[in-house]
Design a protein around this ligand. Structure first.
Ligand SMILES: Cc1cc2nc3c(=O)[nH]c(=O)nc-3n(C[C@H](O)[C@H](O)[C@H](O)COP(=O)(O)O)c2cc1C
Length: 186
C-alpha cells in the first residue's frame, strides 16, 4: 500500500491551500493510499533547537507534535507539501517545519548526502496576487531543498490571485490536484 505524508503550512483550514491539499488526499485515498496529515500551524510544534542531534543520528531530539513525522517520512512513498505565499515566501509555520527536516540529510563537512531519497513530491501554493512571479522565488527555494533531499517533484500547483479568485481556474486546479493524488499511487 502506498503511504503518503501531507504537510499543510496554511493556518486557514478552509483556505485555498487546504482545499487543494484535500483534493490530493482524496485522489490518493481513492486509489487506496494510506495518508498521514500534519497541520504545521499546530501549537505543539517547536522550532529546530540547533542541538546537533541529527548530525549524528537519523532523527530529531525534539519530542513534540512533529516527532512522529520522522518515521512517517522514512516509510512514505510520497510527500505532499502546501503553503500560502506570505511576503514572497512559504509561511513562517512552513519554514519552522522545514528547519525540522534537517535530519533528511547527512553532512560530512563537504558533501550533503540524502538519508531518505526517492520520495515523490507534490507541492501546492496559494497567493493573493495574480502574478505567478510573486511566489516564484519562494517556490524555487523549497523545491531546491526537496531536490537536495533526493525527492522527485511530480507536480507543483500554484493558485494565484486569491484576492479576486478565478473560481473556474480553481476548479481546474482542484481536478489537477485530485489527479496528482491518484498518480502518486501506482
Ligand atoms: C502575512 C501575509 C502575507 C502575505 N503576503 C503575500 C504576498 O507577498 N504576496 C501575495 O500575493 N499574497 C500575499 N498574502 C496573501 C495570501 O497569499 C493569500 O491570502 C492566500 O490565499 C493565502 O493562502 P490560503 O488561502 O491557503 O490561506 C499574504 C497574506 C498574509 C496573511
Amino acid at each position: 500500500m502506498s503511504k503518503i505524508v501531507v504537510f499543510n503550512g496554511s493556518p486557514r483550514k478552509n483556505g485555498y491551500t487546504s482545499k487543494l491539499l484535500e483534493q490530493v488526499v482524496k485522489g490518493a485515498k481513492s486509489k487506496g493510499a494510506e495518508v498521514m496529515e500534519f497541520n504545521l500551524n499546530d501549537p505543539g510544534i517547536r522550532g529546530c533547537q540547533g542541538c546537533g542531534y541529527c548530525r549524528t543520528h537519523d532523527g530529531c531530539a525534539v519530542n513534540d507534535y512533529l516527532q512522529p513525522m520522522y518515521e512517517a517520512i522514512n516509510e512514505a512513498d510520497a510527500i505532499v507539501f502546501g503553503s500560502p505565499i506570505y511576503y514572497y515566501q512559504i509561511t513562517g509555520q512552513a519554514k519552522v517545519w522545514l528547519d525540522r527536516t534537517f535530519p533528511m540529510v547527512e553532512h560530512d563537512g563537504h558533501t550533503v548526502t540524502p538519508r531518505h531519497p526517492g520520495k515523490k513530491v507534490i507541492t501546492i501554493f496559494a497567493q493573493g496576487g495574480s502574478d505567478p512571479k510573486i511566489g516564484a522565488e519562494g517556490i524555487k527555494y523549497i523545491t531546491n531543498i526537496f531536490e537536495l533531499y533526493g525527492w522527485k517533484l511530480e507536480d507543483s500547483i500554484q493558485f494565484c490571485g486569491t484576492n479576486n479568485p478565478d473560481l473556474q481556474k480553481f476548479e481546474e486546479l482542484s481536478l489537477k490536484a485530485f489527479k496528482d493524488g491518484e498518480n502518486l499511487v501506482e
